[in-house]
Design a protein around this ligand. Structure first.
Ligand code: OSB
Ligand code: MG
Length: 368
């Protein structure tokens, strides 16, 4: 397989409703797609970076810059032919994992399509469908939140995640428990909005039998999470702090995380995501697949990853209509609270050409 070049494509997709987290409110997604074009096939990657560096240091214009300035020229110079060669060819460049992940995913998709193998099969998936969780944004009022959660439960979601921040934590959790009962699988995500001084407030969540508290403290405060784990009974789950298998190993050793949210984009790609899965399984740490408000392309790959055996908790793997009225691929539709794992070559899904064109705001061809 010889790589001829990469198409960078920007796609603007409106969200069905605003999505508010402790770091901001999103009303639309400006997605960077990368298409790898080889002499044998084409493959897609979806970049998870956000428009602004509010979740991680990366941001989409920065990803485009690092791709054009460093990543794609290095791949061309390496005459790289397989997805496993991508990470070594880029190793000299520090960080920029979302940028590295999107090109590795595009090359992997191209390679698997050429060979007729699916992502799930390549990564080691063992299930043909995965359970769906949903991430519920911060709302203006508790009644609004209860309406939203009720709607997702009616739709069949098997796990609810509430976004929290100081001032929106114990009360919304209590209200959801009171209205929907103790059987609902429930967890919270703070996106780094607290400090260790908030330990007593966070310990109040212990009364509600939550599956986990996700990333309460700053990304780099791994020790703080280890200290917090001794002050609260609810399991701590790291998201932002887990940037590689190496940081995952350290966080596990320190007792900073007893569950891990794996997001392939955050850790440099699906191959590193699988290494974190394997490490976690070896340590008896449950993992689940995070989401970054992906279109159907990124969603397809996440579903494949979530079918690996260590993904024992439902992920932020939801149906297309959780975020998008119209997806750029045929929509992922939930059945009985689950999504089917794609079995076709590569991602197993492709953009619908007319819809892709309709949402596209810019394209650029970069030969290598
Ligand atoms: O922290 O998990 C997060 C979305 C954007 C940025 C960060 C996060 C999220 C989510 C997942 O909560 C949403 C989804 O894709 O289902
Ligand atoms: Mg999170």
């Amino acid at each position: 397989m010889n790589i001829e070049g990469f198409e960078l494509r920007r796609v603007a997709m409106p969200l069905v409703s605003p999505f508010r987290t402790s770091f901001g409110t999103q009303t639309a997604r400006d997605i960077l797609l990368v298409k790898a074009v080889t002499d044998a096939s084409e493959g897609w990657g979806e970049c998870v970076s956000l428009h602004d560096p509010l979740y991680s240091p990366e941001y989409t214009e920065g990803v485009v810059d690092v791709l054009k300035r460093f990543v794609l020229p290095a791949l061309g110079a390496a005459r790289m032919r397989t997805a496993t060669a991508v990470a070594p060819a880029l190793h000299a460049f520090k960080g920029h994992r979302m940028a590295k992940a999107v090109v590795e995913t595009a090359v992997l998709d191209a390679e698997l399509r050429a060979e007729g193998r699916s992502f799930a099969r390549e990564l080691g998936g063992v299930h043909d469908r995965v359970p769906c969780g949903v991430s519920v944004g911060i709302m203006d009022t508790i009644p609004q939140l209860l309406d939203a959660v009720g709607g997702y439960l009616d739709a069949g979601y098997v796990r609810i995640k509430l976004k929290i921040e100081p001032g929106w934590d114990v009360e919304p959790v209590r209200a959801v428990r009171e209205r929907f009962g103790d059987d609902v699988l429930l967890q919270v995500d703070a996106n780094t909005a607290y400090t260790l001084r908030d330990a007593r407030q966070l310990a109040k969540l212990d009364d509600f039998d939550l599956l986990l508290i996700e990333q309460p403290l700053e990304e780099e405060d791994v020790l703080g999470h280890a200290d917090l784990a001794k002050l609260v009974r609810t399991p701590i789950c790291l998201d932002e702090s887990i940037t590689s298998a190496q940081t995952a190993a350290a966080a596990i050793r320190l007792g900073a995380t007893s569950v891990i949210n794996i997001k392939p984009g955050r850790v440099g790609g699906y191959l590193e995501a699988r290494r974190i899965h394997d490490l976690a399984v070896a340590h008896g740490i449950p993992v689940w697949c995070g989401g970054m408000v992906e279109s159907g392309l990124g969603r397809a790959a996440n579903i494949a990853l979530a079918s690996l055996p260590g993904f024992t908790l439902p992920g932020d793997v939801s149906a297309s209509d959780r975020f998008y009225a119209t997806d750029i691929t045929p929509p992922f539709v939930m059945q009985d609270g689950h999504l089917e794992v794609p079995t076709g070559p590569g991602l197993g899904v492709e953009p619908v050409p007319e819809i892709l064109e309709e949402f596209t705001t810019a394209t650029e061809w970069i030969p290598v």
